[in-house]
Design a protein. Structure first.
Length: 576
């Protein structure tokens, strides 16, 4: 199915965290099944596993803009300066569809891939070879659990992007052309394999291994994330006729509940701690796993881009208006809402998380820059910026930033539990309780200085948000809102809209507030609509969402051409 070439990295940056340790490994990781000389000890297996951690983008590497946070702007949360939309045609190639975990740049420098079948192959080889190493049964089970974890994670990401993909349950040789060119399996078949992988990981991973590496709790967090996504995808994408949505939602709820009731993790006092800490190992109460950056070893550029004189990708009017007032009511219902005639009005009596996420003291836009900074929407993102009370001077050049990036953390676990419980209630499989809300959503609200959500409030029809979609309950609507504001610009929104089957939210005509910015005084350099809101794009610019085409990415055309002509027409996703 996929073109296979062999690029072996000269050095792999391994993100082992909790100590100030980064490992550079100069080894040729085995990529065939005939490598018994490599698999000697547990340290050999640990060495082999480090490359998996390259699958976590975090804030990106070096000068790259491929991080999970801030950079993904194709949603209703950000209206970037550069117009983003869905591709019109399928690409010829993609690194996702190779068996490599690294690719060569134009200057022949190996660069890791964030997503590829190479990680599937690597996990399968590890499963096939672990028993060769000299270590006890519990250690072998742990490392098999690591392989199952990353195989599940990679298949989850591939299915999110492409739907059905070829499923490989064992290692394959490059010469095995039958399996190399294996046709796609269905979304249902592939995703039904993922819980088995995660269940194995949960049952066999160590509760604690080396600091800040994948362990049993991280596997539970991934299980909650994956099963919530899959359960809601099956529930809302009824055209696919996939069963057992409730079973996935129950699995998500149970996994999250195990983490919550264990009491191992607690929310950090400040919402911003997860995003601007120089050492999440020290600020670890909320963290299950994070990506560590150190000066001179591995750095990123997120803060540099947010301090750049280039136009910053600002949050949309839709995003800013999703934040509640402090009385727990949306701006459409709250008597505390002061309107948006000024920024002072916008921030008055609002969720504290809004003022941590965006600058609520200064607009910044074309013709009215703030300290030479300008946002596409007038709203400037700040939650990733350093705490200037702690750090008086911070490097703002490209590839100099060292703040750590969260990967799995308690706030998301709370949100996954609450949403899974609400969806199960909607299906008649569970009754959401006040205790559920108090153990999850209301802890997040308390940190944001927002009144708690109550069952009584949700049952009162006069409290229904006028902007609520008719096809969801007030309970689901408010929990989705909580997810949106808590995880604002964290890289979840795109796939959330996809799993809820809310493609219309991407549309500039169906969701015009996603296309607007702040209401500001005009000047010759900024484009405003008739109501005085920033419009980053000319009036003729539109973004449409084509259903079902845009719910999945296209399969690269050159990959399809590798198949027999008799099945090529069945290999592409609908609408492409």
């Amino acid at each position: 199915m996929k073109r296979i070439t062999r690029y072996l990295p000269a050095a792999l940056i391994l993100l082992t965290m909790g100590t100030a340790c980064k490992k550079y490994i100069d080894v040729n990781n085995p990529d065939t099944l005939s490598d018994p000389t490599f698999w000697k000890t547990e340290n050999s297996v640990r060495t082999y596993n480090w490359e998996f951690y390259n699958e976590f983008p975090g804030y990106g590497n070096g000068s790259g803009t491929n991080g999970d946070f801030y950079y993904p702007t194709l949603s209703d949360d950000q209206t970037p300066s550069g117009f983003t939309t869905f591709p019109a045609t399928a690409p010829a190639n993609s690194t996702d569809w190779t068996f490599n975990t690294t690719v060569l740049s134009s200057s022949n420098v190996p660069t890791y891939t964030l997503l590829s079948f190479g990680y599937i192959r690597k996990a399968n080889i590890m499963l096939d070879r672990v028993d060769l190493a000299t270590m006890d049964a519990a250690a072998k089970a742990h490392w098999k659990g690591i392989a199952h974890f990353f195989r599940a994670y990679t298949y989850f990401k591939l299915v999110q992007e492409y739907g059905g993909v070829p499923f490989y349950g064992h290692g394959i040789e490059i010469s095995d052309s039958i399996n190399v060119y294996k046709p796609r399996d269905t979304h249902q078949l592939v995703m039904d394999s993922v819980p088995a992988d995660l269940n194995f990981a949960v049952a066999n991973l160590r509760a604690v291994d080396q600091p800040n590496t994948v362990n049993r709790d991280v596997a539970l967090a991934l299980k909650a994330r994956v099963c919530l996504w899959e359960g809601t995808y099956r529930k809302y994408h009824t055209e696919l006729n996939m069963p057992n949505a409730d079973q996935y939602l129950q699995a998500a709820k149970d996994a999250a509940n195990t983490l919550i009731t264990a009491g191992t993790y607690t929310l950090a006092p400040s919402y911003q701690t997860a995003y601007n800490s120089e050492d999440l190992g020290a600020d670890k109460s909320e963290m299950l796993l994070y990506k560590r950056y150190d000066a001179g070893v591995l750095m990123h550029s997120l803060i540099a881009y947010l301090y750049s004189t280039s136009i910053i990708n600002g949050p949309s009017k839709s995003a800013v208006e999703s934040y509640l007032c402090t009385d727990g009511k949306p701006i459409t219902l709250s008597a505390l809402y002061q309107g948006d005639a000024t920024l002072s009005n916008v921030k008055s009596n609002r969720d504290l998380r809004m003022g941590i996420t965006i600058d609520t003291n200064h607009y910044a836009y074309a013709g009215a820059a703030y300290n030479s900074l300008s946002s596409s929407t007038g709203y400037r993102p700040i939650k990733f910026l350093p705490d200037t009370n702690k750090i008086k001077s911070y490097p703002t050049q490209i590839n100099t930033n060292t703040s750590d990036a969260p990967l799995f953390w308690l706030a998301e676990v709370y949100l996954n539990y609450a949403e899974a419980a609400a969806e199960l209630q909607d299906m008649g499989k569970y009754t959401l309780t006040q205790a559920d809300l108090d153990a999850t959503i209301n802890k997040l609200r308390a940190r944001g200085k927002v009144a708690p959500l109550t069952i009584a409030y949700l049952r009162d029809p006069t409290n229904a948000d006028p902007k609520k979609d008719a096809d969801v309950s007030s309970t689901i609507w408010e929990i989705r809102r909580e997810r949106r504001v808590e995880l604002m610009m964290d890289g979840f929104r795109y796939q959330d809209l996809m799993r809820w089957k809310k493609g219309s939210y991407f549309s500039s005509t169906a969701n015009p507030d996603s296309w607007l910015g702040a209401k500001v005084p005009g000047n010759p350099k900024v484009l405003l609509n008739s109501a005085g809101y920033i419009t980053p794009y000319a009036a003729a610019t539109v973004r449409n969402f084509v259903d079902p085409k845009n719910y999945l990415s296209p399969i690269p055309t050159n990959q399809i051409l590798l198949y027999p002509g008799s099945i090529q027409t069945t290999m592409q996703n609908p609408g492409w």
